[in-house]
Design a protein around this ligand. Structure first.
Ligand code: MSP
Length: 661
């Protein structure tokens, strides 16, 4: 019987700068889904690639004194090596400079023109050069700048071709609101209200002001402008209007396009319109995720806050990084990246949770039975509950993956990991091992654990593909034991299964040392970005020339006045910069009363990571206020000094919530 096809795509990336952790999310997520589907027996096509044309690339190449193609070649190689490093197993890689794609885009453009969907006109509007985007007035940010990079926009006018959007409005609205195309569907409202209801604007699809693009065959001087070139990759890579491949019948329509929210509109509205105009079927699902943020902002090279995935991979292994980013990001929401979350996740879930489960189980099988389990067994009632939880994790994972909910899938699998560790605590194998009459029971407990690890590790293998083969070696599982159809049942490992002690899968990380090392790396990145900014942009304060001034005290108060102020010790759990503010940090505090959020004007003096874990003084009964739209429930105490503001840190032995008087 022939396998069912499954086609999944990432966006194609701009090779304008080195890839960063933010880029990794979609690709690693798609890779995990592709691997899961392969494990389920699908014939998978996983496509990724690079989007190589446009003004930005042309300008960067000029700066470097190379041709645009020479410029992108180097960065495309970096993307490819990152995917290799992250163990991303794509089936096809498309470059928009590939001949077959160029030829097909030219044909697509001509077809749309011949059908009357593309017409010639003149474009005039607000244009952001770095983002290569025209924006309407209502889309600009509150300062009248580009809503994406917040840089100034300029009026621009040029002859251009346009793609008619209005004929498709009704069908697109239905697609978004009446089908399960969009994931999460909750995002449909913003698309309908912001773009469809006000009337779909025709899309500018050609440019004359730069050369680095696919030439329009019937009008010299025009090159195809970004979205027709870029979006078409999903079909040209399958052979649409070209002879390089012949996979349209097999793989189109795509099962899943996965993208981040900034390019949702292009995939949810423009792409369906192009496909409707070409009379092609529409993709089945568009899965939209949030951004990996760092200090509250989208992680990106231009913000200078990028953590190099190669550096992180080097320190913890690519599987730990894959796990971390996949586990943190829920479909539709942003996920904030911090060193603390990364390291704590690795320690709690991978070192203490899964890694410890495997090493304890294998070590006990080795210690009590010389590595080979005996056939004599004695089962107990408690085994059934344990097995049920593991099998339920399988069912939940399968469902979550069907819905492209990777975070939920991992949560389901880790429920089984936690249950298995609890099973060890409940059955106390170390006690059974001391009593010869309980060897049958011990063998049964260890077999159940090994078989559960077989199921759990196979389920984890699409997400952490480098580590799981090492687990299978340790628990004595053959390739045949981990096929998908065998993950919904217990009793698959051979009766006399033989374990083999191996290396520690995820070594525990010394949190303090590691955070220090990572902070150093990030600070260096920030400094490099800062050194490119002017003194004014850096917000550098004039040195205080008045430090020797006389101190003037406020009017005297009595002890009752002071008693009105409730000062409490609190611990900083996390901190991040408040968006669009140079001065404010938003702190999450453990105040011993269930936690609270406080906004403090100390961003010029402290990086968020300088505060995390510290004990501070909190004015706990201050009336809440909103600062830059963010609610603040109290104030933290700090001293004004000649060197700027210094937070009053307390001895860490003082517990959160302790009253200060
Ligand atoms: N070339 C276009 C896509 C064309 S698809 C037909 C593009 N390229 S990009 O390189 O700028 O971004 C590619 C993808 O990476 C986008 O989905 C973008 O949102 C995503 N990310 C870039 N930075 C990101 C984070 N910090 N977090 C999560 N995803 C991020 O857009």
């Amino acid at each position: 019987m022939s396998k069912k096809p499954f086609y999944i795509t990432t966006p194609i990336y701009y090779p304008s700068g080195n890839p960063h952790i933010g880029h990794c999310y979609t690709t690693v997520a798609c890779d995990s889904i592709a691997r899961f589907k392969r494990m389920q027996g699908y014939d998978v096509m996983f496509l990724t690639g690079t989007d190589e044309h446009g003004l930005k690339i042309e300008q960067k190449a000029v700066e470097k004194g190379v041709t645009p193609k020479e410029f992108v070649d180097v960065i495309v190689d970096r993307f490819k090596s990152l995917w290799k490093y992250m163990n991303v197993d794509y089936d096809r890689f498309i470059r928009t400079t590939d001949d077959y794609h160029v030829e097909a885009v030219q044909k697509i453009f001509k077809t749309l023109y011949d059908k009357g969907y593309i017409y010639k006109g003149e474009y005039s509007g607000k244009y952001c050069t770095p983002c290569e985007s025209f924006w309407t007035d209502s889309q600009l940010d509150e300062n009248g700048c580009c809503p994406e990079c917040h840089r100034p926009v300029a009026m621009a006018k040029e002859e251009a071709y346009f793609f008619k959007m209005s004929p498709f409005a009704e069908r697109i609205e239905k697609l978004l609101t009446e089908t399960d195309f969009l994931r999460p569907k909750t995002r449909a409202t913003e698309l309908v209200n912001n773009f469809i209801k006000p009337g779909l604007e025709d899309l500018c699809v050609s440019r004359t002001t730069f050369k680095w693009g696919i030439p329009v065959t019937f009008d010299e001087g025009h090159v195809v402008y970004v979205w027709i070139d870029a979006l078409s990759n999903y079909i040209t890579a399958m052979g649409y209007m070209n002879g390089a491949y012949d996979d349209m019948n097999k793989f189109w329509p795509a099962d899943v396009h996965m993208v981040a929210k900034d390019i949702m509109r292009f995939h949810a509205i423009i792409w369906p319109a192009i496909l409707m105009a070409l009379e092609l079927p529409l993709p089945k699902h568009l899965a939209v995720h949030g951004w990996i943020t760092f200090n509250g902002e989208k992680m990106s090279k231009s913000l200078g806050n990028v953590v190099d995935p190669f550096v992180l991979g080097e320190r913890y292994g690519c599987d730990a990084i894959r796990y971390h980013i996949l586990r943190e990001m829920a479909l539709g929401a942003d996920s904030s990246f911090s060193n603390e979350i990364l390291i704590n996740r690795i320690n709690s879930d991978l070192a203490n949770g899964f890694g410890n489960l495997v090493s304890r189980t294998v070590a006990m099988a080795d210690k009590y039975f010389g590595g080979i389990l005996p056939s004599d067994r004695e089962s107990a009632e408690i085994d059934e509950d344990f097995k049920a939880v593991v099998l339920n994790a399988f069912a939940e994972t399968e469902k979550a993956m069907e819905e492209t909910k990777i975070k939920q899938a991992l949560e389901a699998i880790f429920k089984a990991v936690d249950r298995a560790n609890k099973y060890i605590d409940e059955t106390e194998p170390w006690k059974l091992g001391k009593d010869d009459s309980k060897k049958g029971r011990l063998a049964s407990v260890l077999y159940n654990l090994l078989d559960a690890i077989r199921i759990i590790s196979a389920l984890l293998s699409p997400f952490m593909p480098s580590t799981m083969p090492k687990v299978w070696e340790q628990i004595g599982a053959s390739d045949d034991d981990i096929t998908y159809d065998k993950l919904s049942k217990f009793g698959v490992l051979p009766e006399n299964v033989k374990v083999c002690k191996g290396e520690i899968l995820f070594p525990r990380i010394d949190v303090e040392k590691e955070i220090e090392a990572l902070n150093d790396i990030i600070k260096k990145n920030m400094e490099t970005a800062q050194s490119n900014l002017s003194a004014e942009e850096k917000g550098e304060a004039k040195p205080d020339e008045d430090s020797g001034q006389e101190i003037e005290l406020a009017p005297e108060i009595c002890i009752d006045d002071f008693a009105k102020v409730e000062i409490r010790a609190a611990k900083v759990i996390s901190a991040e910069k408040v968006k669009k503010s140079d001065k404010l940090l938003c702190l999450q505090l453990d105040d011993g009363m269930g936690g609270r959020q406080v906004v403090s004007g100390i961003a010029q003096y402290y990086a968020p990571e300088d505060l995390v874990g510290k004990t501070i003084q909190l004015i706990a009964n201050l009336k809440p206020v909103k600062l830059r739209g963010v609610e603040s429930f109290g104030m933290i105490c700090a001293a004004d000094t000649a060197d700027g503001v210094k937070v009053i840190f307390l001895d860490d032995s003082i517990p959160a919530g302790a009253k200060i008087r």
